[in-house]
Write a protein that binds this ligand. Structure first.
Ligand code: NAD
Length: 254
């Protein structure tokens, strides 16, 4: 049986953990060679070993790591780019550290732009490419205390659509995936912050804050998002571009 992604080379940022790791596993199961790009050097190397892929140990916030020359080498031959690395900070705007705001915009909007910019020439030459941007329900909806994250994800939605418009005639699609809360370390880390900022106990954060808007009252599993990402990379999704696919248990139906 021919695997849908056989012969393709994928790069997943933040691929050592959570959604990125699940995406790497799903792309690999589809037959792709996967490059795990992550600042967690050991985690990236160990998952790459498990999948028979390769790893790129990189802090994407290090300007020297994302120069044109470095990126040209790394992105050479990449058919599928998953922009996934992300972080979260929960704080009211008046207390939000401007340096943190810039870091989040850099990692979650400017770095995806730089990677897309470096990937497109090769994809255009090949007449094929898949850009998959891990956005969030917060790319489409806002929540209080997440000014940088919501701003970055809304920006990523715009970047993804412009990429879709420019890439269409070259066989390149660009889409966002928009999960609600997913069972990953990123969510586990913010439970204490949410409890503090909302003034409630930690064990009430899931029910009273994170899942209030969802019709289905559970966290999304990383594998469910990985499966959607692998489908967007596949030939079956060739006519899907400029889209944002929610997987939020009905949150954005409101
Ligand atoms: P995670 O914390 O489990 O994994 C993030 C990975 O990114 C880690 O391996 C980390 O080492 C890596 N990373 C962080 N900063 C980096 C940097 N500067 N350079 C290189 N690698 C870096 O997070 P996750 O929950 O899997 O989130 C992944 C993406 O999914 C993020 O963009 C996040 O905004 C998005 N998302 C998450 C949820 C959720 O509920 N978990 C929901 C919607 C969207």
């Amino acid at each position: 049986m021919r695997l849908p992604l056989a012969g393709k080379r994928a790069l997943v940022t933040g691929g050592a953990s959570g959604i990125g790791a699940a995406a790497a596993r799903a792309l690999s199961a589809g037959g792709a060679h996967v490059v795990i790009a992550d600042m967690d050097e050991l985690g990236a190397a160990s998952l790459a070993d498990e999948l028979g892929g390769s790893s790129w140990a990189v802090d994407l916030l290090d300007a020297d790591a994302v120069t044109d020359a470095r990126l040209a080498g790394v992105m050479d031959g990449i058919d599928i780019l998953v922009n996934n690395a992300g972080i979260q900070r929960v704080s009211p705007i008046q207390d939000f550290d401007p340096a943190e705001f810039r870091r989040i915009l850099n990692l979650m909007l400017e770095v995806p732009f730089l990677l897309i910019r470096a990937a497109l020439p090769g994809m255009y030459d090949a007449g094929f490419g898949r850009i998959i941007n891990v956005s969030s329900v917060h790319g489409l909806r806002a929540s209080p205390f997440k000014s940088a994250y919501v701003a970055a994800k809304h920006g990523l939605e715009g970047l993804s659509k412009v990429t879709a418009l420019e890439g269409g005639e070259h066989g390149v699609t660009s889409n966002c995936v928009n999960p609600g809360y997913v069972r990953t370390p990123l969510v586990e880390k913010q439970i204490a912050d949410q409890a503090a900022v909302h003034g409630i106990p930690e064990d009430e954060v899931l029910g009273r804050i994170l899942l209030t808007e969802s019709a289905i009252k559970r966290l999304v599993e990383p594998d469910e998002v990985g499966s959607l990402i692998a489908w967007l990379a596949s030939p079956d999704a060739a006519m899907v571009t400029g889209a944002s696919y929610t997987m939020d248990g009905g949150w954005s139906a409101r």
